[in-house]
Design a protein around this ligand. Structure first.
Ligand code: NDP
Length: 309
């Protein structure tokens, strides 16, 4: 029994330390030096090349090192009988919530406007605005969207969430499905997207959806670039229908140097940094899932391969 590990090179030893602290006899093989593929019973990987998993005849579980499983699930050779778990890491959740709090506060408190005034050495007093007058809409009310929604509600923002299935969360207005989308968009001043990328969400932020938002809505995307039709977003920004955007994810990453997003006066670009998995806080779930896989039990945070998240 051995664990296949493929992560980023900068914290391999940290992962080894955290996992062997929890499973002292763990045999951890660092990709691509995996030894005999028949030894591998659990894979703990990020962005493994397509075709990788079919090499391991005794694989019992695939543990995704990140949250989004979109790249993994598009592997045409993914062994469909092997359960897949996504990452739920309390530190990553807090990082994502912090990003969304920053974005909402940035626009609501008009820090973009004051930065522009400062460039002109222009002192223009204005009154602050009540948080309750700012309507935040969160697309995707799972682990990450739910946490951000609660934090924003705690600060008094008027928060609504949109999800695939109905939800009832105290103090948060719930919308779901295709029928709930138009009323959800119509009551939104700052739209935050934290949906997974699936067949149902690819390209969902398009010209038709953007038109249903009030004029001047600010848009924040920390989900995946491909949920957005980028030319439609740029056109809406140029028309002023979308007032501004803060974007962490793009259809092509790294964002090409000639992308209009880099230099757009009302766009803030960050390089896919909204949240990272932290070994010290994520290792409990990974160790528990290794144990569960070996005991033939259902994994924590197991992905529904049919819905794609
Ligand atoms: P969850 O699986 O916990 O939640 C997903 C949410 O999206 C659920 O509320 C779900 O609805 C909703 N949803 C899914 N499909 C649809 C649909 N077709 N229509 C409406 N709602 C839908 O995921 P997480 O919150 O843990 O993560 C979300 C995504 O965040 C990840 O998949 C990843 O792509 C992205 N991410 C980005 C990072 C970054 O650094 N930028 C870092 C980490 C994650 P329901 O509740 O009904 O199931």
């Amino acid at each position: 029994m051995a664990l296949l590990f493929k992560g980023l090179s900068d914290n391999v030893e940290e992962w080894r330390r955290e996992l062997t602290r929890r499973i002292p006899d763990l045999d951890m093989r660092i990709w691509p030096d995996v030894g005999d593929p028949a030894d591998i019973d659990v894979a703990f990987t990020w962005q493994a090349p397509h075709g990788e998993f079919k090499r391991y005849p005794n694989l019992r579980a695939i543990l995704n090192l990140g949250v989004g499983v979109d790249t993994l699930l598009t592997d045409p050779d993914l062994p469909r009988h092997v359960p897949v778990a996504r990452m739920v890491d309390p530190s990553l959740t807090r990082q994502m919530t912090t990003y969304l709090l920053h974005a909402v506060i940035h626009y609501h408190r008009r820090f973009d406007h004051f930065a522009a005034l400062q460039r002109e050495a222009s002192w223009k007093y204005e009154r602050g605005r009540n948080n309750g007058a700012c309507r935040v809409g969160i697309m995707g009310m799972g682990v990450l969207g739910g946490d951000a929604a609660q934090a924003l509600r705690g600060l008094g923002f008027a928060v609504a969430g949109w999800s695939r299935t109905a939800k009832s969360i105290a103090g948060i207005e719930g919308f779901h499905g295709a029928d709930g989308l138009t009323p959800f968009l119509a009551r939104t001043d700052i739209l935050c997207c934290i949906l997974p990328l699936t067949a149902g969400t690819r390209g969902i932020i398009n010209a038709d959806l953007l038109r249903r938002l009030p004029r001047g809505t600010r848009f924040v995307n920390i989900s995946r670039g491909a949920v957005v039709i980028e030319p439609d977003l740029l056109a809406a920004l140029d028309l002023g229908h979308i007032g501004a955007a803060m974007l962490d994810v793009f259809t092509k990453e790294p964002l090409p140097a000639d992308s209009p997003f880099w230099r757009h006066p009302r766009v803030v670009v960050t390089p896919h940094v909204a949240g990272n998995t932290t070994p010290a806080t994520a290792a409990d779930q990974v160790a528990e899932n290794i144990r569960r896989a070996r005991a033939g039990q259902r994994l924590l945070n197991q992905v529904d391969l049919d819905v794609g998240y």
